[in-house]
Design a protein around this ligand. Structure first.
Ligand code: HEM
Length: 397
């Protein structure tokens, strides 16, 4: 029997029926590409995330450092792809910067940016929300956080797409391979320059925090330092882009939800949480088994690659009542879109804040969001999913 390919349009365009069937019939089973083991039930996903000694994050590396790629993909040297004790040592260096109070320093700037972006969209009325808001707001947040030149923001997505795209381009697409290689060179060159600059002239940004942590005895190689910066840029952009896109799509398609939020802004954080659960902008992560082990009744060999599916766990009917209904008033088990355990998303407070501020600006300044009826085109990336374009008409309040 041929294995299903999770990136095929039949599954990618509407993944939920496929994962519901796997949860019922084959909760840990092999899929394409690469014969990875899809882990689909909430309980098993949690078990994998909470047991890094059995399920290593090193398994992520081949997905971003394929054999054909001659140069180093900087993200391959980042904490996302490391296990303890190296992961523990490096992660500790930025915990303070990303605490709720650390992130709150960015709030006035992000609120102002969100307001300006909505004003600009209202002036034109018909816009592609992905290009105008979903890309621009996280790019500005990442410029401020990392101390990057904001005029380079249009390059950020190109770079992020290259970092995550090298693992999934078809073997015969030599043109695209050459393009992505060029973007990786550009990214490495640029961030190396930023690191050199901040070494000479410290700023008020994460790059400076990392350099200071290293100077104060936190051991970190040059590759690890660069990997850190690249991971932050990629992790902070791609995922938040999809979260903002899924939020706007949900509100445009559900005028009743829009009306509820417009009446009661205190519901916005709950709405964001439910978008995170329901649509899982970060669909999955990757692990490899460190030894032969059993999971969900299946015997896995040592070295098996697991595709740990948040997109499926978040809809597990045994954990979430009415799992396939979008409900604001949820209590109980948390969604897994930010992961769990030692790799839990460092940027979760920032992502939540960006989404809240973008939605507050839209709700304040717009009467409604209107979408052309019809199917959505989805972007295809290793672990994230969201609309590729989202044409909306913004009606002013
Ligand atoms: C909606 C937005 C976001 C989602 C859904 C998301 C999701 C995730 C997930 C699932 C992980 C864990 C992966 C694993 O266990 O293998 C993770 C890790 C991480 N995220 Fe996020 N993320 C988002 C936004 C951000 C932002 C804004 C930043 C930073 C600016 C960020 C930085 C990181 C970092 C550095 C890690 C690695 C943590 C570690 O390995 O210990 N993320 N994220």
């Amino acid at each position: 029997m041929t294995r299903p390919n999770i990136y095929s349009p039949e599954i990618w365009n509407d993944p939920h029926p496929f994962y519901a069937a796997l949860r019922r019939e084959a909760p840990v089973s092999q899929v394409e590409p690469g014969g990875m083991w899809a882990v689909t039930r909430y309980e098993d996903v949690l078990y994998v995330l909470k047991n890094p000694q059995l399920f290593s994050s090193e398994g992520f590396r081949p997905a971003v450092q394929p054999a054909w790629l001659q140069q180093r993909n900087p993200v391959a040297d980042s904490i996302l792809m490391m296990d303890p004790p190296t992961h523990t040592r490096l992660r500790a260096l930025i915990t303070r910067t990303f605490s709720a109070s650390g992130v709150a320093r960015l709030e006035p700037y992000i609120r102002q940016s969100a307001g300006e972006i909505v004003d600009g969209m209202l002036a034109r009325r018909k816009v592609d929300f992905m290009a105008e808001m979903a890309l621009v707001l996280p790019s500005r947040a990442m410029s401020a956080l990392l101390g990057l030149d904001p005029s380079l923001a249009p390059r950020f997505k190109t770079w992020a797409d290259a970092v995550t795209g090298v693992g999934i381009i078809p073997a015969d697409d030599l043109k695209r391979r050459a393009e992505l290689t060029g973007y990786l060179d550009e990214l490495t060159h640029h961030l190396t320059g930023v690191l050199e600059l901040r070494q000479r002239e410290p700023g008020n940004d994460v790059v400076t925090d990392l350099l200071q942590a290293r100077a104060q005895g936190g051991s970190m190689s040059d590759d690890e330092l660069l990997g850190y910066c690249v991971l932050l840029l990629v992790a902070g952009l791609e995922t938040t882009y999809d979260l903002l896109g899924m939020s706007a799509l949900t509100l445009a398609d559900n005028p009743d939800l829009w009306a509820r939020l417009k009446k009661d802004r205190a519901l916005v954080p709950k709405f964001v949480e439910e978008v995170l659960r329901f649509h899982a902008p970060s669909q999955s992560t990757i692990r490899t088994t460190t030894q032969e082990t059993e999971l969900g009744g299946v015997r896995l060999p040592k070295g098996a690659t697991l595709l740990v599916q948040f997109v499926s766990a978040n809809r597990d009917e045994s954990v979430f009542p009415n799992a396939h209904r979008f409900e604001l008033e949820r209590t109980g088990s948390p969604h897994l879109t930010f992961g769990q355990g030692i790799h839990f998303c460092v940027g979760a407070p920032l992502a939540r804040m960006e989404a809240r501020l973008a939605l507050e600006a839209l709700l304040e300044k717009c009467e409604r969001l209107v979408r052309e009826p019809g199917p959505v085109t989805w972007n295809v990336a290793i672990t994230t999913r969201g609309p590729a374009v989202l044409p909306l008409e913004l009606l002013p309040a």
